[in-house]
Design a protein around this ligand. Structure first.
Ligand code: S3P
Length: 420
């Protein structure tokens, strides 16, 4: 087990280029892997999860080449293969839907964490479309085999029981090879990168208020420039606020299905300045945050949760430095992320002396207590390693075990966000 020591810092003041978006990068790889033609992807995230997606693309027959910082993908018609998704839930779930309509048997697996995560949420709707999926074990987890059934796949009208972009995407992707219309309805809106990309790649897709419909269609390769990942920007932004400093993150994706954290920081009283706004389906901006000294605690619940689900651990780290009780509710989905992030967030911050209480669907941070040096075991969860590091840096230092797991989404976090 490796250990990385994070030193206490005074006031954080930094300008950072945002890490490319993980969700968009994985979709750019997987969709172009099965598309007609060749696409040039610029600013693709080079993290472990995206490497897993690229490995799966190659296993499916796509040709992948790296030229001068760009990734060139030539699509192929998938034929049966073994697919190792590593730690990436997005890769595993999207592939399960995507491959349901291709000939061949596709065996999908991943690392220990991924093999413990629920797949039933994807399997059930795909099976009700006529897809054939066989799990090695009865409890609906990986490994599983998608036994492609192009002739029996038919559209469905599906009301999402949970807010999950991975499930929504899997169903829409299966719908590209299904007879008739496939409609997914969402009461609470989750990230819409799949819908944006499918539209850009020529799919027959229609979006209305709370629903998306696709019809059988082939995808055309599409050149793309990936915008920055607000989930990665969350760490330096929160660290700046924790230390009363400031931070500019350049080229942050501000798709409104992802910007819940900015709404919360704004409500807490942070100064947020937007520069260089760039529009389009995936808009972006340079974002400067400051004003940590006068922050108020937050209460989050309800429809905002999917818009900041991956940033809740970072917000809880920030809450440790804000006088008063910050409360997260309605976030039981955190229990089935790379770790149980309600437990792992509380344990990581608790190891540094924070006062954090857990509930079945959230956490309460009793903020304002001085943090002390401690050892954080992130349980190989990238986001927990990074919140341990920012809380340690703003507190009294920390030792982070297996800190290299940050590379799942943020390969040079140590060095760029936290000095080493
Ligand atoms: C993701 C969707 C979210 C998010 C995950 C990435 C995606 O998961 O937590 O990190 O790329 O679609 P769920 O779909 O399980 O909510």
């Amino acid at each position: 087990m490796s250990v990385r020591t994070v030193k206490k810092i005074k006031s954080y003041d930094r300008v950072i280029d945002c890490m490319p978006d993980k969700s968009i990068s994985i979709r750019a790889v997987l969709f172009n892997a099965i598309a007609d033609g060749t696409a040039v992807i610029e600013n693709l995230l080079q993290s472990d999860d995206v490497k897993s997606a690229l490995g799966c693309a190659e296993s499916l027959g796509a040709h992948v080449e790296f030229i001068g910082g760009k990734v060139i993908i030539t699509g192929a018609r998938p034929a049966g293969s073994r697919l190792d998704c590593g730690n990436s839930g997005t890769t595993a779930r999207l592939l399960t839907g995507l491959l349901a309509g291709y000939d061949g048997t596709f065996r999908i697996s991943g690392d220990d964490s991924l093999r413990s995560r629920p797949m039933r949420r994807v399997i059930d709707p795909i099976v009700s479309m006529g897809g054939k999926i066989v799990c090695d074990v009865a409890d609906g987890r990986l490994p599983l085999s998608v036994i492609g059934a192009p002739e029996s796949l038919r559209g469905i009208d599906y009301e999402m029981p949970i807010a999950s972009a991975q499930v929504k995407s899997a169903i829409l992707l299966a719908g590209l090879n299904a007879d008739g219309e496939t409609t997914v309805r969402e009461r609470v809106i989750s990230r819409d990168h799949t819908e944006n990309m499918l539209a850009a790649m020529g799919a027959d897709i229609m979006r209305g208020d709370g629903y998306t419909t696709v019809r059988r269609s082939a995808l055309c390769a599409k050149d793309m420039i990936v915008t920055g990942d607000i989930s990665s920007a969350a760490y330096p932004m929160c660290l700046a606020l924790m230390t009363g400093g400031r931070c500019t993150v350049k080229n942050v994706g501000i798709n409104k299905t992802r910007t819940g954290i900015l709404d919360v920081l704004n409500d807490m009283g942070a100064n947020i300045v937007y520069d260089n706004l760039r529009g389009g389906a995936e808009p972006s901006a340079d974002i400067t945050v400051s004003g940590g000294s006068r922050l108020k605690p937050f209460e989050i619940d309800g429809d905002i949760i999917p818009r900041l689900i991956d940033e809740i651990p970072a917000l809880c780290a920030l809450a440790c430095f804000v006088e008063g009780d910050s409360v997260v509710r309605g976030a039981s989905e955190l229990r089935v992320k790379e770790t149980d992030r309600i437990a792992s967030t509380a344990d990581a911050l608790g190891a540094l002396g924070a006062n954090v209480e857990t509930a079945s669907d959230g956490l309460t941070v009793h903020g304002g207590k001085k943090l002390s040096f401690g050892v954080v075991d992130p349980r190989l969860d990238h986001r927990i390693a990074m919140i341990g590091a920012i809380a340690g840096a703003a507190g009294d230092g920390a030792n982070i075990l297996d800190a290299e797991c940050a590379a799942v989404s943020y390969p040079n976090f140590f060095g760029e966000v936290i000095d080493v």
